[in-house]
Design a protein around this ligand. Sequence first.
Ligand SMILES: Nc1ncnc2c1ncn2[C@@H]1O[C@H](COP(=O)(O)OP(=O)(O)O)[C@@H](O)[C@H]1O
Ligand SMILES: [Mg+2]
Length: 1040
Amino acid sequence: MMELKIQLIPTGEIILSPGKNGENHCHNCKVVASDGVRAMMESALTARDRVGVQDFVLLENYTSEAAFIENLRKRFKENLIYTYIGSVLVSVNPYKDLEIYTKNHMERYRGVNFYEVSPHIYAVADNSYRSMRTEGKDQCILISGESGAGKTEASKKILQYYAVTCPASEQVQTVKDRLLQSNPVLEAFGNAKTLRNDNSSRFGKYMDIQFDFKGAPVGGHIINYLLEKSRVVHQNHGERNFHIFYQLIEGGEEDLLRHLGLERNPQQYQYLIKGNCPKVSSINDRSDWKVVRKALTVIGFSENEVEELLNIIASVLHLGNVQYGGEDSNACITSDIQIKYLARVRQYSTLFCFVLWGQRLKVPLMSPLNLEQASSARDALAKAVYGRTFTWLVNKINASLTYTSDSSKNYSVIGLLDIYGFEVFQHNSFEQFCINYCNEKLQQLFIELTLKSEQDEYEAEGITWEPVQYFNNKIICDLVEEKFKGIISILDEECLRPGDASDLTFLEKLEDTVGGHAHFVTHKLADAKTRKVMGRDEFRLLHYAGEVNYNVNGFLDKNNDLLFRNLKEVMCMSENKILTQCFNREELSDKKRPDTAATQFKASLAKLMEILMSKEPSYVRCIKPNDSKQSGRFDEVLIRHQVKYLGLMENLRVRRAGFAYRRRYEVFLQRYKSLCPGTWPNWDGKLSDGVSTLVKHLGYKPEEYKMGRSKIFIRFPKTLFATEDALETRKHSLATKLQAGWKGYSQKSIAVQAWWRGILARRRAQRRRQAANTIRRFIKGFIYRHKERCPENEYFLDYVRYSFLMNLCKNLPKNVLDKSWPTPPAALTEASEHLRKMCMQNMVWSYCKKISPEWKHQMEQKMIASEIFKDKKDNYPQSVPKLFVSTRLGKPLLTLQPTVPVTKYDRRGYKPRPRQLLLTANSAVIAEEGKLKQRIDYGALKGISVSSLSDGVFVLHVPSEDNKQKGDVVLQSDHVIETLTKIAICADKINTININQGSIKFTMGQGKEGIIDFTPGSELLVAKAKNGHLSVTAPRLNSR
Ligand SMILES: Nc1ncnc2c1ncn2[C@@H]1O[C@H](COP(=O)(O)OP(=O)(O)O)[C@@H](O)[C@H]1O
Ligand SMILES: [Mg+2]
């Protein structure tokens, strides 16, 4: 029997363990992957009673906050921390490690439709990645929520998802490592333990991840916002300074600490004891130190840079320990030792002492400032040094993440915004004011973009847009940021104006200027009830998310963020390279007052909005379930507060304004087609027609749904749930039918198998019979092979004939000289001979067709030579392979006439004389060095004599009566065959060449006769013999 295993995993998704053969079986789930991992999931619908709805838009009572929170609670109790509002992901911090971030989980979300799998941060990450890849549009993921809600964790999860699932190469790996390693470094320097979060980010962070055309992460860029510098010098009770201080003290090697003048005890440092909380159980500073040191190396910090960076960190601690004494009006330094260290770590020049705290009058150092002023100057310096070093660090990380390709502009981007959420404390100061202002801006962007995307979708689908009522918080943004009239402008004005400006005069100014604003109240302006909960030094803003009272104390100082000029000067003189980059001289010469902190923040926010507007946004809204960082505790009051502050109800209302549910036609049809006989099992027509048929069959009323261009829109969740329930029932009945069908099927399959085996056996028997027949016929044919063709040998003879022809076909002679030919069977002897001739003719013909005119001429001459000399003269065979040439003279002549060097023997003493023989059109000419000696007209040439031996002597016979001639001419040529052939051709005397045995007679003029005797010998010798004859000894060449 098949085995069905279902295992519930924490996302609520049903995972099937692979069956024995690796396949998945599930009677009511569609199996999507064969690797035993993912099964089709809309289980939030099917299992909705147990785990609520996985998308808040499916809440029937969507305006009820209680229903909203109840859904969150139900899911949270089941460890289902993620829920959607449409495409927005709501995440509740579980405060415990859930097994939902494994590589398997990543794989499951890769390339899968958002709605196919249960809600997850990976689904958001994947969806953004796919949109970027397919639509080519830059994306951003905005993560918000209050401190400790899980924003930073979420952004890390997204980064890890890309690091694991995106394509990579070696170079990309480095970038991935750096992207991942930038986190521990930034967290060490920018995070701290607070009451709300043991690892609270004390700065805002926007990070761009850049992807190349292949979709691989190739670079990154980080922008940091408003580091909480005040933490460097002060921490509230139960909180800590930035992690790096404790990491250095706890984890730093002995040598390093000695060099930095630090003790391994945080209690020794004034800047670390304010919160009275040096140790946190959830934090291991020592092991974190190792992680940070390694990360610095991965990012590309040199040893020198690390040393200088740590020098700065140590110097901040030393600076905090600088103590003052003396009279109130003239503080003096009582902690000389710190100054020594400050100078020693070369953090600050020795000049520092004189400038910061006055001249060295005597010991101790005296300062012109009073005690309080001196302390705050010291703290201002510590904050400035730390704050600027942090910015330097971010820049340094950016440099290491820079995409260095030539086509550097050619990349797509996914931005991650992990920025402080709304903050409301008992005591809210300038920082909360800035943070909450930032949240107002983000909310504005969020509403605008969500509304806009809703509207766009309706428009794209051709569905009328129904206006949505929502609170536009622009009015609050304006209250804060408007030029001249906004709170920031008023604050700046108070900071800059001459005279006695103070935090309280600022409050009065506010009352005067924005006192009438509906979202602004002060103690003075408030009604009696509000007055009870407000201090006189506070103003209250009615933010979109709720009311916050801000205490004005410290607003002016924090906004001014001033550092004494002389301190800046000293910093510029530092020998520490990082510090000289942080404090540059241009700043000193710049007469313009630097922008205030609030104005700088406002400008950076405006820039951030621009960045975000240019991208397609996705949202992650993080919620903290309780204030005690406990797992499993769901503090309803706290959560209601956040649901409100995050504007989630507003978001849901916008999303539900028209239709609760929408799906592409193909997805809808695929899921529900079994509910209608018209669409089951397959629908072949247009998708929208299929969906229409289906919903009509299901009895949807016209007001319940609308048909868009590519999607169906369903107004109420209950309609969808009814459909889901029907599907559930249908699945069960289908499963039963399938089971019954399976039983019948398995019996039938046995019959089918038996039948098939029969067919195979029959085929095999038939083949055996055929083979035996063939063999039998062959043997018979062989026995009768010499008989006339008869039925007995017919098959055999045909076969033999066929094999001969096939063999011949493969083994035809390759050229005319190749005389091979397969032996034919007796019956084919005659045919074979015909074929052989045809083949030869064919080869000759194609050979002739290919020969050039020069070669033809050569062959003709050779033919004539053969006619004259073959088997008649001894040295003929040697001449055959030697080609005839037009001239045998060393240098080419201008004439085309054949020329050969010859030796002429004179008639009396047979003296040899070198001559040239030139064959013109009419005569043979004998010349000496170009001088004509004798001309013999061809017409007068009576004959030519030559011996049968291998010598080259020959005689041209001319008429003896011709007075011009002095008798026959005796010549010798080394190429006698060629020479005589050419003479014969030119003179047309082919038949007048006499080949003589023994001797040749010739006339010497005046009727006298000469004789040449030829004898075979060992070598060529031509000489006059004693008998007066010319004796020629010719070497024997042939065996003849
Ligand atoms: N998805 C999660 N799974 C497990 N623990 C989490 C998760 N998200 C947050 N936490 C816990 O909550 C703490 C605070 O989260 P963090 O992301 O730093 O908050 P935020 O950045 O919003 O201030 C983390 O240190 C971690 O212990
Ligand atoms: Mg954080």
